[in-house]
Ligand binder design. Sequence first.
Ligand SMILES: [Zn+2]
Length: 533
Amino acid sequence: MSFFIKKLILLIALSFTVFCTGPDSRPAVDILITNARIVDGTGNPWYRGSVAVAGDRIQAVGPRLETAARRTIDAGDMVVAPGFIDFHNHCDRGLFNNPDAENFLRQGVTTLIGGPDGGSAVDMGTFLADLDTLPLAVNAAFTVGQGSVRKEVMGLADRAPTEAELETMKKLVARAMEQGAIGISTGLKYVPGAYSSTEEIIELSKVAASYGGFYTSHLREEGPGLLESVQEAIRIAEEAGIPVNLTHHKAVGKLMWGKSTETLKMLEQARARGLDITCDQYPYTATSTGLAVLFPPWCLAGGRDSLLARLDNPELRAKIAEKVIYALEYDRGGDDPINVAIASCKFDPSLEGKNLRQILEERSLEPTLTHAAELIFELLRKGEVSCIYHCLNEEDVERIMRHQCTMHASDGTVLPFGEGVPHPRSYGTFPRILGEYVRKRKILTLEEAVRKMTSLPAQRAGLLDRGVIRPGSFADLVIFDPDRVIDRATFGDPHQYPEGIETVILNGEVTFEDGHLTDHRPGRALRAKRKNL
Ligand SMILES: [Zn+2]
């Protein structure tokens, strides 16, 4: 059936919407989605049927549901799936400026999981209460960031904590977990997480584990040092007794390409020993983060002013340059300044979208790694810059994606439309999986891909009443056309919404249809459900 005929059927169905006013004639359900291919999130094959929604929950699912509904939506043989859950999202601050999270809503995402890479609010109670006041168009749940907790107690000091400091950090993690955090995150490549020993992380993870939380980590290294870093995460799982997730799993830099074979084997061996380990991934061959990722942690101690002072010291500057050049050659720099592009640059937006090779050539400089390192020092001195690093290999991306334990996640953030030249993952991750990797490349079946973006992240996050289509679950649903769904955002032109996502329902209310957001904002700040609740 062509898209237009499907659309016509949908419109006709909508025009037969029934509204009942009297208490006796009130329909049993609020929304009845009929004529759907139900992909229920479990990985089971799709089946044809209807989904009935009453209030904020799914009331019934089945091949032939006959019930009066306030509103009937004919899915026109399209797919109905649980709303997608983004397991790695930098939405924490962004939601306050963009509570619609439109770039995720339009992908069919209904729940964002924030607080990644060791960064979150430390006072989770106040943060979640503030979120409660926002007109959210998505749900959001959060991990507590170990880096933020450490910074609150120790600043950016490059040393081990005292016993008293460790106790304070443990109390802060416990408080955040009590206030509703769903787990603990680390960013061991970033400061101050990079200054934490494995033992320190284990102590804090034990606290999160005692509340039923999980541990998710941006590993200490994702390029050279990747295997040791996976080993460290496995040790944390074992010694802290906590479920572990390797977040945005990848193998950075040519030296490491192909190493995902080994990391996935390590994950499987650990699971065989009874350790509960998973990973997540975004479907692109480029990463995105600040310039600091190219610097050795020791030179970032004390913060930005301290780094600039070190760069003023010729001896230290030479040492730092050596490490930055190494990172450009073998790690995130991808061995050519062309592989590092400016995503956002507040002090000079004209640089956004340009790569370091272009900038050097415009200045009539040889595009060497040494010149690139000098340019990076200069940019850093002027202000905040975030970059896109083309340093991954498609074979690793596909290998990790196929693994049973991998969730699809964006690592993106809620964005104001049109600002800067950000990584396209914030606009395209989920439709890209469904269009590019399921329909075109056939890397995954549709059902498996949906599982990895619904029930698997829900299970890992402890959001057990979401992520599957079954009676009693929250009615977070997406209707999409499996023949058309595709991302449109590219590295050159990222501000483009995807195609083929037709309708999004959040907590039982339609939030997106006919290409537009509706007036409903039923999103919630989700708290972890604890034992005895
Ligand atoms: Zn990260």
